[in-house]
Design a protein around this ligand. Structure first.
Ligand code: SF4
Length: 319
């Protein structure tokens, strides 16, 4: 059975002007050879520092950016075979900022109903009933449909965004930092809502966040990205209990654990994320890796399975 979503060696490169007067051009390797599968009904967490390429990858998945090379296959069909209208019925996105993702001049009911209107789903009365149903599903009241976005808190607005996403009954929802702009207590509520809706409707999520505690709450499997590449891909429990890649270890060691006895030894992540315009040779993590050795700057390690379901791109796991 094909995966719901499959990425095969996906690359997204951008040409940018550089040099004096911008007469030269450089290549930004935003996504640099990503392959992965997302199975129906699972949540794949995508985590990494800001600028690692996770949002660009999300846009490639959504068909909002064309890929430079490689292939995105959704429901067994290459992305090129989908048209935009058809794709939006099956695949939706929740954005980070619930303030800017909703049109301030549109009433909530009309925002949620928009997809039903565009795709001409149901008679007008049925669409209104569906809007009420969706408001209820995300914990809002029917009368909220007559209000404007500015009358809601950040958490409520994100609930509206979730309701809009569900309107077309999608198979895949790409969530791009959906709780990053919210207070911690509200984050937990929205995450819980997303999990409930997943259990109820069999949704599949690709969930992007820079926040490991959020990722650990929601993900079945986690892919750790660095400079446009996947460094580690593992079931969530395994990744958080025993990270393999030195980058994952460093990210996890920086997360505050309440119990001091369980607090892992802190592994300093020195230096900034290198520029994707000029990525380091060999293993892209080698300039910051406390375990780097002579092979690391010379040759690039590919992502390989080191135990069932666990893939790591690191020479420490070379046979
Ligand atoms: Fe560190 Fe080398 Fe592994 Fe890269 S390949 S993560 S530099 S040990």
């Amino acid at each position: 059975m094909p995966a719901l979503l499959e990425l095969v060696e996906v690359r997204k490169l951008y040409r940018v002007s550089s040099g004096l007067l911008g007469l030269q051009s450089d290549t930004v390797r935003a996504v640099d050879g990503v392959s992965l599968r997302v199975e129906r009904g699972e949540t794949l967490g995508l985590v990494g520092e800001s600028g690692c390429g996770k949002s660009t990858l999300a846009k490639c998945v959504m068909g909002l950016e064309s890929v430079t090379s490689g292939e995105v296959v959704f429901e067994g069909r290459p992305m090129a075979e989908w048209n935009e209208t058809e794709l939006r019925r099956h695949m939706q996105m929740i954005f980070q900022d619930p303030y800017s993702s909703l049109n301030p001049r549109q009433k909530i009911g009309s925002i949620i109903r928009e997809g039903l209107d565009i795709h001409k789903i149901g008679a007008p009365a049925e669409r209104n009933a569906r809007v009420e149903e969706l408001l209820g599903l995300v914990g809002l009241l029917p009368e909220h449909g007559a209000r404007y976005p500015h009358e809601f808190s950040g958490g409520q607005r994100q609930r509206v965004a979730v309701a809009r996403t569900l309107a077309l009954d999608p198979d895949l929802v790409v969530c791009d930092e959906p709780v990053s702009a919210l207070d911690v207590s509200v984050q937990a509520q929205v995450l819980s809502l997303l999990r409930d809706l997943q259990a109820r409707f069999g949704l599949t999520y690709v969930f992007i966040s820079h926040d490991l505690s959020v990722i650990s709450h929601i993900s079945d499997r986690v892919a750790v990205m660095y400079l446009g590449r996947i460094m580690e891909l593992a079931p969530s429990e395994k990744l958080f209990a025993s990270p393999r890649h030195p980058y994952t270890e460093a990210l996890l060691s920086a997360v505050l654990v309440p119990d001091p006895k369980r607090r892992p030894e802190r592994i300093p992540l020195t230096g900034d994320l290198p520029s994707p315009m000029n990525p380091p040779s060999g293993c892209p993590f080698h300039p910051r890796c406390p375990k780097a050795f002579d092979k690391c700057p010379a040759e690039r390690p590919e992502l390989r399975e080191v135990e069932p379901g666990v893939q790591v791109a690191c020479w420490l796991y070379d046979g």
